[in-house]
Design a protein around this ligand. Structure first.
Ligand SMILES: Cc1cc2nc3c(=O)[nH]c(=O)nc-3n(C[C@H](O)[C@H](O)[C@H](O)COP(=O)(O)OP(=O)(O)OC[C@H]3O[C@@H](n4cnc5c(N)ncnc54)[C@H](O)[C@@H]3O)c2cc1C
Length: 565
């Protein structure tokens, strides 16, 4: 009788257990084993910031099934017939001998086992800045359950008053909120000129402004030069420009790199990005070894280039594919990513899918962009703002990317854009999209479709849009354009840009044309709260002979610069 096939998975958090569980479902007779270095299994790392921030108190919820059963070795054995060994670090892979060596992290005991198919799911390791003082007590990451336990204790004890979060990416921002909820004074320090680099600058700036309104401090364009300490404990951080920020805690969140040490030592091919190279079956350069999750590089479905995409959803999807292929010979594929992501920012969300304008231009695309700031629902249903930036290929209208920020339902918007991009849709395909509508959920023309309408107007030359960045530059120059704020006087009283604009409400515009420059070639820029009235004003002016009329996209709601009021 043929021996049972043995499928061994290295790594037991997100993608590893998913691969093991799928392999078991495909082959009921196989022997499936997970070797996990950490003491826990199946940790919901994406939930760490919410545990730290006190959204829930029971840490077991991070390890539980939807029905509340903790995913421990006993659960895997009984419910799934999978042997899961925790505290077990794989130390070497012998590809010729189809075997691996491991060591128990607690007892130090070593051992080895053979495999028929191996799945590497070793995740990523956090990057640390190469600066003095990085080993001081009080410096941590938020990458492991141990880190989450430590930061939760910090919050519960309430002794620490000031903290610095190094890095303004997704995890940095979520950590900022979590520590803020624990009443800790926070400064986020980011080396680049903006937070959340998956967004273009102007949307990232709106997020930064929002973070500031919550009382957190943000420093961009400034890296960390040194961690300062006394008697081995952190007392502050010094920035590249010499600024010193006293603090008792620093959380480093400057990104992760694929954990490929084991794979590299085993001679598996590592790609240019630093991730383990895999084909569409999630198979490495050794046909008997698969790899999944943060440790691999995958194809960007828009550009065809290899990228690192350390996202929990992709890790799980890849796990399913590798598990099935390892159990039943290559039969399913993972097509790649369009790098869709979302992040909670206090009571805002920030999400992105596909390419932002900066990335698309770097890759050589000729792009057209549009910004739509508008509510997600009717006003009578507690409408919330959404600011979306859409990026399309100028010639074809093919969607390349979308970003969305605001207090409204960003996740819904980004999901729609992600499907449209994966379906290779164009702007024209979207303008008559059939989406669900009822007032509690959306407007009759959903924000998503309205964004496509604005883009269509722009592509057809009906609307000449101008970005807030261009307006800001023009305002700083001599010979600035004639700016018209078309809102009502009450709105103007409450909030205004103060960049030399003239208030002419839309309803009064046709009667007040004599106040406009009589040279019909003069550049005129119209805007309102969200630039819908601004667009109508621009059409009215064009109808009256003005030839160079533009609409500031997104209006006052998308203005990322300081305002007079
Ligand atoms: C704080 C935080 C928030 C996040 N939020 C989101 C989010 O909102 N959305 C999102 O999509 N993604 C998010 N992510 C990213 C997501 O968690 C990861 O992409 C995902 O966990 C990767 O899964 P993985 O299986 O590749 O690696 P991991 O989940 O990191 O698991 C790898 C496991 O392998 C084990 N291991 C490593 N080496 C060995 C070895 N030699 N032997 C045995 N075991 C080994 C490790 O101990 C580890 O448990 C977040 C991550 C963090 C840290």
């Amino acid at each position: 009788m043929k021996n049972k096939k043995r499928i061994v998975v290295i790594g037991g958090s997100a993608s590893g257990p998913k691969a093991a569980a799928k392999a078991r479902r495909i082959d009921n007779n196989a022997e499936v084993i997970i070797l996990q270095k950490d003491p826990d299994l199946s940790m919901a790392s994406c939930g760490y910031p919410y545990y730290v921030g006190g959204y829930f108190d029971d840490r077991n919820m991070l390890l539980s099934t939807p029905t509340g059963v903790t995913r421990n070795p006993m659960f895997y054995l009984n419910a799934k017939d999978i042997e899961a060994r925790v505290n077990t670090e794989v130390t070497a892979i012998d590809r010729d001998g189809h075997s691996l060596s491991f060591r128990n992290a607690i007892t130090g005991e070593t051992g080895s086992m053979t495999y028929d198919k191996l799945i590497i799911a070793t995740g990523s390791v956090p990057r640390m800045p190469p600066v003095p003082g990085v080993g001081l007590d009080g410096i941590t990451t938020l990458q492991s359950m141990k880190d989450a336990d430590f930061l939760r204790k910090v919050g519960d004890e309430g002794k620490i008053k000031k903290a610095v979060v190094v890095g303004g990416g997704l995890i940095g921002i979520e950590t900022c909120e979590a520590l803020h909820l624990a009443d800790i004074e926070i400064t986020v320090v980011e080396l680049l000129p903006q937070l959340l680099t998956f967004l273009d600058w102007e949307l990232a700036k709106l997020v930064e402004n929002h973070v500031r309104t919550k009382g957190a401090n943000v420093i961009t364009d400034n890296g960390i030069a040194e961690f300062l300490g006394e008697n081995g404990r952190l007392t502050g951080v010094k920035l590249a420009n010499g600024t010193e920020l006293p603090c008792e805690l620093a959380v480093v969140a400057i990104g992760v790199r694929p954990n490929v040490k084991l794979a590299q030592a085993a001679g598996l091919i590592i790609g240019e990005t630093g991730g383990l190279a895999v084909n569409e079956y999630m198979q490495t350069s050794d046909p008997d070894i698969y790899a999944v999750g943060d440790c691999v590089e995958v194809v960007n479905r828009i550009t065809g280039r290899k990228v690192l995409a350390p996202y929990g959803d992709l890790a799980n999807l890849q796990g399913r594919v590798a598990g099935e292929n390892a159990a039943s010979e290559n039969c399913v594929t993972f097509p790649g990513t369009i790098q869709t992501g979302i992040c909670k920012v206090f009571d805002y969300a920030a999400g992105s899918t596909g390419l932002c304008e900066t990335a698309a231009k770097k890759l050589g695309y000729d792009v057209i962009t549009v910004i739509n700031a508008s509510p997600d629902k009717p006003n009578f249903m507690d409408a919330k703002l959404l600011v979306t930036k859409l990026v399309a290929e100028r010639k074809t209208g093919q969607l390349l990317g979308a970003q969305c920020v605001g207090p409204g339902n960003v996740a819904k918007q980004i999901s729609q854009w992600a499907m449209a991009i994966q379906g290779r849709m164009t702007v024209e395909d979207l303008v008559n999209c059939d989406l669900p509508y009822a007032p509690p959920f959306s407007l009759a023309i959903d924000h998503f479709i309205a964004t496509a309408h604005i883009m269509q107007n722009k592509m057809k030359g009906r609307m000449k849009g101008i970005s807030t960045a261009e307006v800001w530059q023009k305002v700083a120059c001599d010979g600035k354009p004639f700016l018209i704020d078309t809102r009502g006087p009450d709105e103007y009283e409450q909030m205004r840009l103060g960049i030399g604009e003239r208030l002419i409400p839309l309803g009064a515009l046709r009667m007040r044309l004599n106040e406009l420059p009589q040279d019909k070639e003069t550049e005129i820029i119209c805007f309102c709260k969200i630039s819908l009235r601004g667009y109508e004003a621009a059409l009215a002016l064009e109808g009256n002979g003005w030839k160079n009329v533009k609409v500031m996209e997104g209006g006052v709601m998308a203005w990322p610069y300081p305002r007079e009021k």
